[in-house]
Design a protein around this ligand. Structure first.
Ligand code: KG4
Ligand code: ZN
Length: 364
C-alpha cells in the first residue's frame, strides 16, 4: 500500500496499559506520533507477581484516558486514523478482553478496520519500526512470560526455532530474586546485586548446553540457586551478590551456546543474506551482561546485533500499532468484530507445543 497510514495501537495483555499512534509512510518507514504506557508495577508489587484480576481492573480504569492522551500527543483525532490494532493474545484473558473490546468499539463506531494483533508479532516486527530491518532476521525474545528464538521471515510469517521447556528467562530472574529476598521485579534487583559479586564462586548448571535443538531450560538453574542459598543459611549480602553474579554467568553461557547455534543455522539456511541480524526484545533485554554476551556473539559470527530502545523492548502499544500497519500495508485482511481474544496464541502456528513451556504463559 503506498499511502501513509496512521494506526492506533492498544496493548493490555499483561501489566502495562498502553496506547499509541504510529505513522507508516509510503516507503515503509515508521514514526511514533504519540505513545503512552502506564505500568501497574505498584499495584502488583505487594504480591510479588502480576495478579490477573487486579490487572484487568486497572486496564479498565486507565485505557480510555490513555487512548485520548496518545491521540492528543500525536495531534490527531480518531477520524484521522486508518485502522485500530489491539493485542488479542497471548496474555491474561481479562486484560485482553478489555483491550480488544475497546478496539472493536472504536472500530465499529468510527467505521475503521480492526486488526487483532498477536503480542509476539508486535515484538517481532519492532526492529523494522526502529531500525528498518529487512526480512529475514532472527529474534530472541526474553521476557517474563517467554523465551523464544524466532525466525522472522515476513509479515505474518514466523518460524519458532527454540523455546523454553520450563521457565521463561525473566521468570527465572524473578524467582531467584524472590528466594534471595530481593524486591520485585527481580531482574533489575538481581542485576544490581550481581554487580558486586564474584561470578566464579558458584558453578551453576547450564541445561541443554550442547543439545542440537535450540530450546532453553531454566528451572534447574533456579533449583541450584535455591540449594546454594539454603546451604549458606543465613546468607550474607556478599553471598547474595556472588549467587546473582554466578547465576548471570550461567545464563550468559547458556545463551552463548543456544543462540550461537541459532546464528549458525541462520547462516547455513540464509547464506545469501548479506547483513544477517539478531534482534533482542523483552524486558530481560535490559540486562547489560546479557546484552554484552549477545553483542560478542554477533561480532564473532558477523551478525548485526539490534536492540530496540528499552521502552520499545518491553511491552508497549507502538509495537502493536506498527504490527497493524505492517499487516494493513501487506494487504492482509482486517479482522471481523467476532474475533475472540486468545490467552494462548503461538506465533508459529506449526510449532509443536512443548510440555511446561510458558507455564505462566500469560506474558510475553
Ligand atoms: O517484557 P517485560 O517488561 O514484561 C513481560 O514479561 O511481559 O519483561 C519483564 C521481565 C521481568 O521478569 C523482569 O524481571 C525482567 O523482564 N527484567 C530483567 C531486567 N529488567 C527487567 N531481567 C534481567 N535484568 C534486567 N535488568
Ligand atoms: Zn511482551
Amino acid at each position: 500500500m503506498s499511502t501513509p497510514l496512521r494506526i492506533l495501537g492498544i496493548e493490555t495483555s499483561c501489566d502495562e496499559t498502553a496506547a499509541s499512534v504510529v505513522l507508516r509512510d509510503e516507503k515503509g518507514s515508521g514514526r511514533i506520533l504519540g505513545d503512552v504506557v502506564l505500568s501497574q508495577l505498584e499495584e502488583h508489587s505487594a504480591y510479588g507477581g502480576v495478579v490477573p484480576e487486579i490487572a484487568a481492573r486497572a486496564h479498565v480504569e486507565a485505557l480510555d484516558t490513555l487512548i485520548e492522551e496518545a491521540l492528543l500527543r500525536a495531534g490527531v483525532s480518531l477520524k484521522d486514523i486508518d485502522a485500530i490494532a489491539a493485542t488479542s493474545g497471548p496474555g491474561l484473558i481479562g486484560g485482553l478482553i478489555v483491550g480488544l473490546m475497546t478496539g472493536k468499539a472504536i472500530a465499529r463506531a468510527m467505521g475503521k478496520p480492526l486488526y487483532a494483533v498477536n503480542h509476539l508479532e508486535g515484538h517481532a516486527l519492532t526492529a523494522r519500526l526502529t531500525d528498518g530491518l529487512s526480512f529475514p532476521y532472527l529474534m530472541l525474545l526474553v521476557s517474563g512470560g517467554h523465551t523464544q528464538l524466532i525466525l522472522v521471515k515476513g509479515v505474518g510469517d514466523y518460524e519458532r526455532w527454540g523455546t523454553t521447556i520450563d521457565d521463561a528467562l525473566g521468570e527465572a530472574f524473578d524467582k531467584t530474586a524472590k528466594l534471595l529476598g530481593l524486591p520485585y521485579p527481580g531482574g533489575p534487583a538481581v542485576e544490581r546485586a550481581a554487580g558486586a559479586g564474584d561470578p566464579e564462586r558458584f558453578d551453576f548448571p547450564r541445561p541443554l548446553v550442547g543439545d542440537a535443538r535450540l530450546d532453553f531450560s531454566f528451572s534447574g538453574l533456579k533449583t541450584a540457586v535455591r540449594q546454594a542459598a539454603q546451604s549458606l543459611e543465613p546468607v550474607t549480602d556478599k553471598d547474595i551478590a556472588d549467587i546473582c553474579a554466578s547465576f548471570q554467568r550461567a545464563i550468559s553461557r547458556t545463551l552463548k551456546d543456544r543462540v550461537g547455534r541459532g546464528l549458525k543455522r541462520f547462516k547455513e539456511e540464509y547464506a545469501s543474506v548479506a547483513q544477517p541480524a539478531l534482534v533482542v526484545a523483552g524486558g530481560v533485554a535490559a540486562n547489560q551482561t546479557l546484552r554484552a554476551t549477545l553483542q560478542a556473539l554477533c561480532d564473532a559470527q558477523g551478525f548485526r546485533s539490534v536492540a530496540p530502545p528499552l521502552p520499545l523492548c518491553t511491552d508497549n502499544a507502538a509495537m502493536i500499532a506498527w504490527a497493524g500497519a505492517e499487516r494493513l500495508a501487506a494487504g492482509l485482511p482486517a479482522d471481523g468484530l467476532e474475533v475472540a481474544p486468545r490467552s494462548r496464541w503461538p506465533l508459529d502456528g506449526g510449532a509443536q507445543a512443548l510440555i511446561g513451556s510458558g507455564k505462566r504463559g500469560a506474558k510475553a
